[in-house]
Design a protein around this ligand. Structure first.
Ligand SMILES: NC(=O)c1ccc[n+]([C@@H]2O[C@H](COP(=O)([O-])OP(=O)(O)OC[C@H]3O[C@@H](n4cnc5c(N)ncnc54)[C@H](O)[C@@H]3O)[C@@H](O)[C@H]2O)c1
Length: 269
């Protein structure tokens, strides 16, 4: 399936846009006619490299803004700068920046939890809070929050990742209806398993898709204004089964196996 001119002429901000899925979202929208895109990231070197790469292919259509999404002032400043670059109108905001946040619960301090929520949850609050007045005054817009299948797949040693992403999931699903009549679409997206820097030193599973494949599927869901965009078929299966009472013992069996393997150092999903 392809994009029916949906992104044509649109402006978009992508946080975490200097790497992986965010970078692929920005590039795919530009390839499909987006007028201008801002990539926002706190990794200065990657931001410079990726901004230059995209600028070369799409002159005048891209800027990179250095922004730490855990800092509300940074996010507000980034949105103001993006609005200036776009000539006032912001069609799409992708709250995509995030990290995998693994660690045994007993090792995690309050400071770790605060940092985790700052990155994977509060960053989106800041983005939404500061883009809403602009979107409301222009009569509409679209906000896409990147969650993860872990929002409903309780994988041991990632309690913080699961908690931050399920909080973001439910916030986005709720706002969808709160903002619907203001013509602001809110989509909640899992990227599926995607080979990016998020895996760090661990190899991505061999079934992982590429960032461009993930971005394509997410953007089709954005075009379709899907409530929940599921980034690969495993996420679709997971979403169907996660809270099904009839599958409870199957869920226990599977996630207990994952937990035991992970605790023995065998990282699996
Ligand atoms: N890759 C996967 O399999 C997968 C699966 C589910 C969900 N996700 C989610 O997709 C999103 C994108 O991840 P990715 O896989 O492309 O990883 P990635 O590491 O390639 O990209 C994440 C980007 O976010 C940026 N970032 C991190 N902290 C930031 C901060 N404080 N301020 C600004 N930018 C910051 C990083 O510099 C990086 O450029 C994340 O929210 C992640 O949780 C990824």
């Amino acid at each position: 399936m392809n994009f029916d001119q949906y992104f044509s002429g649109k402006t978009a901000i992508v946080t975490g846009g200097a790497s992986g899925i965010g970078n692929a979202l920005a590039e795919t929208m530009l390839i499909n006619g987006a007028r201008q895109v801002v990539i926002a990231d706190f990794n200065k070197d990657n931001l410079e490299t990726q901004t230059n790469r995209l600028k070369e292919a799409f002159p005048g259509q891209v800027i990179g803004i250095l922004c730490d999404v855990t800092q509300e002032d940074d996010v507000k400043g980034m949105i103001d700068q993006a609005a200036d670059f776009f000539g006032g109108k912001i069609d799409l905001l992708f709250n995509n920046a995030g990290a995998g946040l693994s660690g045994a619960f007993e090792q995690l301090t309050n400071q770790d939890w605060e940092k985790g929520f700052a990155l994977n949850f509060y960053s989106a609050i800041y983005g939404i809070r500061h883009v809403l007045p602009i979107m409301k005054s222009q009569g509409g817009g679209q906000i896409v929050n990147t969650i993860s299948g872990i929002a409903w797949s309780p994988m041991a040693l990632q309690s913080m990742y699961a908690a931050t992403k399920s909080a973001l999931c439910m916030m986005g699903l709720t706002l969808r209806y709160e903002l619907w009549d203001d013509h602001i679409k809110v989509n909640t997206a899992t990227p599926g398993t995607t080979a990016t820097a998020i895996f760090g030193d661990t190899a991505a599973p061999d079934y992982a898709q590429t960032p461009m494949q993930s971005a394509h599927r997410i953007l089709l869901g954005v075009q379709n204004n899907d409530r929940l965009i599921l980034g690969d078929d495993l996420d679709v299966e997971g979403a169907k089964i996660a809270f099904n009472p009839e599958a409870a013992s199957q869920m226990d069996h599977y996630f207990l196996e994952v937990a035991r393997d992970r605790k023995q150092g065998k990282w699996r999903f």
